[in-house]
Design a protein around this ligand. Sequence first.
Ligand code: PLP
Ligand code: LYS
Length: 392
Amino acid sequence: MSVKTPFYYYDLTLLENTLEAMSSAINNPNFKVHYAIKANAEDRILQTIKNHGLGADCVSGNEIKKAIALGFNPENIVFAGIGKSDEELDIAISNGIHSINCESIEELVVINEIAEKHDAIANIAFRINPNVDAQTHHKITTGLNENKFGIPITELDAAVDEILKHKHLALKGVHFHIGSQILNLNPFANLCQQANNVIANLKARGIALEHINVGGGLGINYNNPDSQLIPNFEEYFKVFEKFLNLDEGQTVHFELGRSIVGQCGSLISKVLYVKKGANSKFAIIDAGMTDLIRPALYNAYHKVENLSQTGDELEPYHVVGPICESSDTFGKTELPTTTRGDYMMIRSAGAYGQVLSSNYNLRERAATIYSDEQSLASCIGSEKKAQTLEVV
Ligand SMILES: Cc1ncc(COP(=O)(O)O)c(C=O)c1O
Ligand SMILES: N[C@@H](CCCC[NH3+])C(=O)O
């Protein structure tokens, strides 16, 4: 039975294969991945990831609560965020999560107060701003001096002085995150150099760290998803194997989001109208920036495919959504002759897609369909394309 559009379609087999590839790429037993829930927080996505043995990287009290409700062990949960509320810190401390990644000296004082209230000792990792250029879109760069995240590396000594004053805080680790959608691995090597300096500085002050958290950020291929459905995790982990100087027993934590879930999700939409504009032909679809805001927010490119037409001759179309904003566009692309009622597939939408949706214009939110519940061909009422679609 065909499904009302727009909807998010998740290929759980691809997700499993991606997780499998990621685990096989890890050669060091001290490397551990916490999935960044912010990328996609749909229940079955989280369950699949949890069942695969990953921990959870959370950025809000609600993410911590959801992770615990879905069965993640608090021992495998980390919590970051530059503006954690007292209530959120309460949730983190009362659940005894693995680590609170502290982003300012000011925050240390508040965490100590809340931990004292719970008669607990909060495990802290300093989130350090390493001033490393991630060479990605400026809106998703997080580790430069001008960015709001983390304790400036120049304030490290002062942060140590502060934490040593507080009885309810234990410094267990350091945390870095330089940005997202990083395809050139050199910035990760630069991050390792900075991390090594920080580890050495802390060691000189008598602090032996238990874990080094290098954040997430590995990118995916948006331009040609089928050429690389699974990111090159081997090359990624190798950088840290090679450049990070670790002491015996130190663990390295990763917080991957996009690289795990990005390619397994697609946004499926229907063409409402094809209209001739002054300069281009518009394909007006029933999904918009309320369902997938990345193009409007970052000029991000997502490949758009017409699932209903198979012709080889392509024509230029400007694919746009129905929202009353000019930025509500999925960009210009070449498609077979497209008509009203055709199904469109917006690829690589598994990360930062559904989680960032809104009900602007009082639109309904897109439904979620998983590949083991219904095939994509059946969702769009076309068994004809079933074989092609199974592999997506
Ligand atoms: C602190 C932190 N960790 C992890 C992530 C996940 O990043 P990505 O989805 O690029 O792997 C983010 C998002 O950029 C982040 O801000
Ligand atoms: N929302 C961004 C990624 C931000 C990552 C969170 N720090 C994107 O869609 O690319």
